[in-house]
Ligand binder design. Structure first.
Ligand SMILES: O=c1ccn([C@@H]2O[C@H](COP(=O)(O)OP(=O)(O)O[C@H]3O[C@H](CO)[C@@H](O)[C@H](O)[C@H]3O)[C@@H](O)[C@H]2O)c(=O)[nH]1
Ligand SMILES: [Mn+2]
Length: 738
C-alpha cells in the first residue's frame, strides 16, 4: 500500500536477463577495444599509401560502430515493464466520476488513406469500453475531402448499431472490418438470435462500405446525398485542399439527449474538422493539425486527457483507456506522468516480415529501455496525453493532477451550430500568429518528426512518461507494403531525427540537467540513425574493393587479432538474434530485419544525412511524404508471399543494386584469386575475413539479384536501374583492379 493509504493502480518490474546482459556487453566492449588497439599498433608500413588510407577509414568506421554500440547498451541497461490493476480503478471511481477523454484521429489524403479505413479507426475508438458520454472523437482531415466527410456521416449512423453490438457481444477488436474478417468462419451458429444479429450488423457494415467505395469510384458525392446534411454546403467554398476556410461539423453532439444508439444509451461526441488552409501560411503538417484539434476540442469537450492516433491505427483493445488511466490516476506516481505511450503494432505483417516492418526489438525492448532511463519518447500515435502538459505546462512539485469534472449538462443552452461557429475561429490560419503555438504550446513545429521533438520537450519540462505494452495490442496499424514506401518512411524519420540532433534541441544540450544523462544518450540512439550510413557504406564497399585489389584490411586468419573481430561480430549477431527471437520473431524474420537495416543504412540514412546537410545550408526544405496505406492487388499478393517489391525507378534502388553487384563481382574475383593461386591456402589466410564479409553481403543481397536478373513480374527491378547499376558497379571494380 502506498504512503497515502491507497493500493497502487500499476506496478513496475525490471526486465529478466540483465545479469547476463551486462557482463556480456562488457565483454563485447573489451573485444572492441582490442580492435582499436590492433588498428593502432598494426598500422601499415609507410610505403603502402593506399592500404594506409583504407586502414584509417576502417578505423574510423570501427570507432563509430563502437560508439554506437555503447549507446545501444545504455538503452538496454534497465528496461522496465508495467502492469495495471483495472479492478482497483473501477472500485475507486464510479463510472460517473471518470474523467473525459478526447480522441484525435488524423487523416490527410482520401486516396492514400481510404475513408473506409479511416472510419474503421473512428468506430473502433468510439466503441471503447468507457462511458460514451465521456468520450469525444475528433477527425482532422488535412485532405479536406467531402468523401471523408461523407464516410464519417455514415460512420455516425452506423455507430448507433455498432456500439450496442460491441457491448453485447464483447466484440474485440472493435474495428468492424477487422472483427468481421477475423470471425468470418466462426459465425455464432448456436444461439440463433445472436447469429441473426451478427449477420444483420455485418450486412449493414458491408452495405455502408459498398456505398462509400461506390461514391469513391464516381469521385463525386451525388446531389441527393448532398442534401442530407448541411455540412456538404461548405464544399461550395473550397477552391482546393490547399486553399479553403475551416470546416467544422459536429456530427454527433454528445450533449444532445437525442444523440443515442438503438438501445437508448448515449453516443460519444463526433466532430469533423478540416482546419483552414491558405497558400500564404505554412500548415506544419500533422503537428499543425493536432494543435488545431487541441484548441477546437478545448471549446467543445475540453477533456483532461487526450488520445491521439493516426488514421490507420485502429483500436484493438477496448480497455486501453482504462489501462492508461491507471497510470495517470495513481495517487502516488500519477501526478508526474505526462503521457502514456503504447507501441505501434500492425495487422498486416506476414510471418517473416520481409521489410522488418514491426521494428520488433525497438517496440518490445528499446522503448522499455527508454522507460527505465526516464520515460519513452513520444512516437506520434497511440499515445495518451494530459491536456495540460501537451499545452506546455511545466512540472511543479505541488501539481495535484486534478481535473475539472465534465459539465455534464446534457441540455446545455448553446446549440451545436453556435458552438461550431465559435470553435471554427480556433482552427483558422491566422489564429496562431504571435502566439506560442508550435513552440512552447502544443506540438512543436519545424520537424518532420514532431512527435519525438514534442515528447523530448515535455520530458525536459520535468515530466515523466510511461511505455505500456499489454499482451493484447492496443492499436493495429497498416505497415507499408513496398520496399520504396518503407525506405521513404525511414528517410523521413532519420532525417527529422538527425535534424533534431543538430538543432538547439539536441538532447545532450537541451536535456542537460533537465533529463538524466542515460535518457539523453537513449535519445541519441535514434537521433543518430542517419549517421550510421557513413561507416556502413564504408564497410560494405571498401573491404570488398580491397579484396579485388589485393589490399589487406583485416588481420590474417592465423593471427590472434582475428579473435577480437570474430568475437565482436559473432556476439553481436547472437545478441540481436536472441533479442529478436525473445521478442517473438522467427529466424527468417531476423535475417530479413538485418537485411533491412543494411538497406536502410545505405539508402534512407544516406539520403537523410545528405538532405539534412543541404537543409542546414538552406538549399532544401523538409517535407512530410505521407505513407500509402493501400496497395493494388498484385502488389498485395507479392507482399503476402514475402517477395520484395521494387517496380518503380528510384535513386535508392540504384544505390542498392550497385552495392549488391559490386559485392557480387568482388566475391567472384576473390574466389578466382584463390583458385588460380599456387598456394590457395595463403590467400585464404590473408583475405579470409574480407572474403567472409563479402560473401555475407552477397547472401544478404540475394533478393536484389533476383529482382535484377531473374524476375519477370512487374515488381522486378526496373531496367533503367539495372543498366545504371551495372555500369556503376563494373566501373568501381575496374578502377579497383587497376
Ligand atoms: O500534413 C499532414 C501529414 C500527415 N498527417 C497524418 O499523420 C499521420 C502519420 O502519417 P503517415 O504517413 O502514416 O506516417 P508514418 O511514418 O506512418 O507516421 C509515423 O511517423 C510520424 C512522424 O514522422 C508520426 O507523426 C506518426 O504518428 C507515426 O506513426 C497520418 O494519420 C496522416 O494522416 C496529417 O494529418 N497531416
Ligand atoms: Mn502510418
Amino acid at each position: 500500500m502506498g504512503s497515502n493509504g491507497y493500493l497502487p493502480l500499476f506496478e513496475t518490474r525490471l526486465a529478466n536477463g540483465l545479469l547476463l546482459f551486462r557482463p556480456y556487453a562488457a565483454s563485447v566492449f573489451i573485444a572492441i577495444c582490442f580492435i582499436f588497439f590492433y588498428r593502432l599498433s598494426c598500422f601499415p608500413a609507410q610505403h603502402a599509401k593506399t592500404q594506409g588510407l583504407a586502414w584509417i577509414g576502417m578505423f574510423l568506421s570501427e570507432l563509430w560502430f563502437g560508439f554506437y554500440f555503447s549507446i545501444t547498451v545504455v538503452v538496454r541497461w534497465n528496461p522496465v515493464f508495467h502492469s495495471t490493476f483495472k479492478n482497483r480503478l473501477s472500485s475507486r471511481y464510479v463510472e460517473e466520476a471518470l474523467p473525459g477523454v478526447d480522441i484525435f484521429v488524423c487523416t490527410a489524403d482520401p486516396v492514400l488513406e481510404p475513408p473506409t479505413m479511416v472510419i474503421n479507426t473512428v468506430l473502433s475508438v468510439m466503441a471503447y469500453d468507457y462511458p460514451p458520454e465521456k468520450l469525444s472523437v475528433y477527425l482532422s482531415d488535412d485532405g479536406c475531402s467531402d468523401l471523408t466527410f461523407y464516410a464519417l456521416l455514415e460512420a455516425a449512423r452506423f455507430s448507433q448499431i455498432w456500439l450496442p453490438f460491441c457491448r453485447k457481444l464483447k466484440v474485440e477488436p472493435r474495428s468492424p472490418e477487422i472483427y468481421f474478417r477475423n470471425t468470418a468462419d466462426s459465425v455464432p451458429a448456436d444461439d440463433s438470435a445472436m447469429a441473426q444479429e451478427w449477420l444483420l450488423v455485418k450486412k449493414s457494415y458491408e452495405d455502408m462500405k459498398m456505398r462509400i467505395e461506390g461514391i469513391a469510384k464516381i469521385g463525386k458525392i451525388p446531389a441527393d446525398i448532398r442534401k442530407e446534411h448541411k455540412g456538404f454546403r461548405e464544399w461550395h467554398f473550397v477552391s482546393s485542399r490547399h486553399d479553403h476556410q475551416s470546416i467544422l461539423q459536429i456530427l454527433i453532439d454528445g450533449r444532445d439527449p437525442a444523440a443515442m444508439d438503438i438501445e437508448g444509451k448515449p453516443l460519444p461526441t463526433l466532430v469533423y474538422l478540416a482546419r483552414e488552409k491558405r497558400p500564404r501560411y505554412h500548415h506544419n503538417f500533422k503537428a499543425g493539425a493536432l494543435n488545431a484539434l487541441i484548441r477546437v476540442s478545448s471549446s467543445i469537450s475540453d477533456a483532461p486527457f487526450i488520445l491521439n492516433v493516426d488514421c490507420d491505427m485502429r483500436s484493438s483493445n477496448s480497455e486501453a483507456i482504462r489501462d492508461a488511466l491507471c497510470f495517470f490516476l495513481d495517487e502516488e506516481k500519477g501526478r508526474e506522468i505526462a503521457y502514456v505511450q503504447y507501441p505501434q503494432s500492425f495487422d498486416n505483417i506476414t510471418k517473416n516480415d520481409v521489410y522488418g516492418n514491426c521494428l520488433r526489438v525497438i517496440m518490445e525492448l528499446e522503448l522499455a529501455g527508454f522507460d527505465g532511463n526516464g520515460g519513452p519518447c513520444y512516437i506520434g500515435t497511440g499515445c495518451f496525453h494530459r491536456r495540460d502538459t501537451l499545452c506546455g505546462m511545466k512540472y511543479r512539485k505541488d501539481f495535484k493532477g486534478e481535473w475539472k469534472p465534465m459539465e455534464n449538462d446534457r441540455n446545455t443552452k448553446q446549440s451545436a451550430s453556435v458552438l461550431e461557429q465559435k470553435s471554427k475561429a480556433l482552427a483558422s490560419c491566422s489564429f496562431e500568429e504571435n502566439t506560442q503555438w508550435g513552440m512552447e504550446m502544443g506540438l512543436k513545429y519545424g520537424s518532420s518528426v514532431e512527435d519525438i521533438l514534442t515528447g523530448l520537450s515535455i520530458q525536459c519540462r520535468g515530466w515523466r512518461s510511461i511505455y505500456f505494452n499489454p499482451e493484447r495490442k492496443a492499436f493495429l496499424g497498416v505497415a507499408p507494403k513496398t520496399l520504396l514506401q518503407y525506405l521513404i518512411q525511414h528517410k523521413r524519420w532519420s532525417e527529422g531525427d538527425f535534424q533534431i540532433f543538430l538543432s538547439r534541441y539536441c538532447p545532450l544540450i537541451y536535456g542537460h540537467k533537465r533529463i538524466p544523462l542515460k535518457l539523453q544518450l537513449s535519445y541519441c540512439n535514434n537521433l543518430l540513425w542517419a549517421v550510421n550510413c557513413l561507416a556502413t557504406l564504408y564497410y560494405v564497399t571498401v573491404p570488398s574493393l580491397c579484396l579485388v585489389k589485393g589490399i589487406l584490411v583485416f588481420p590474417k586468419m592465423s593471427c590472434p587479432w582475428v579473435l577480437s573481430f570474430a568475437y565482436a561480430m559473432i556476439a553481436g549477431c547472437m545478441q540481436s538474434l536472441g533479442e529478436f527471437v525473445c521478442c517473438g520473431g522467427t529466424i527468417r524474420g531476423w535475417l530479413n530485419e538485418q537485411r533491412m537495416w543494411m538497406f536502410k543504412r545505405t539508402t534512407s540514412y544516406l539520403l537523410a544525412f545528405s538532405d539534412t546537410i543541404l537543409t542546414l545550408s538552406g538549399l532544401s526544405k523538409s517535407t512530410f511524404v505521407i505513407t500509402e496505406k493501400v496497395a493494388d492487388e498484385e502488389i498485395s499478393r507479392r507482399y503476402e508471399q514475402e517477395v520484395m517489391e521494387f517496380g518503380t525507378p528510384s535513386v535508392m534502388f540504384t544505390i542498392l543494386a550497385t552495392l549488391a553487384q559490386l559485392n557480387l563481382f568482388s566475391c567472384v574475383l576473390g574466389i578466382r584469386k584463390v583458385v588460380t593461386d599456387d598456394v590457395p591456402i595463403k590467400i585464404l589466410d590473408q583475405f579470409g575475413l574480407q572474403m567472409i564479409l563479402c560473401s555475407v553481403l552477397v547472401f544478404m543481397n540475394l533478393p536484389i539479384y533476383r529482382g535484377l536478373f531473374f524476375r519477370k513480374d512487374s515488381g522486378k527491378m526496373p531496367s533503367s536501374v539495372t543498366y545504371q547499376s551495372i555500369v556503376y558497379a563494373v566501373l568501381a571494380c575496374t578502377i579497383a583492379m587497376y
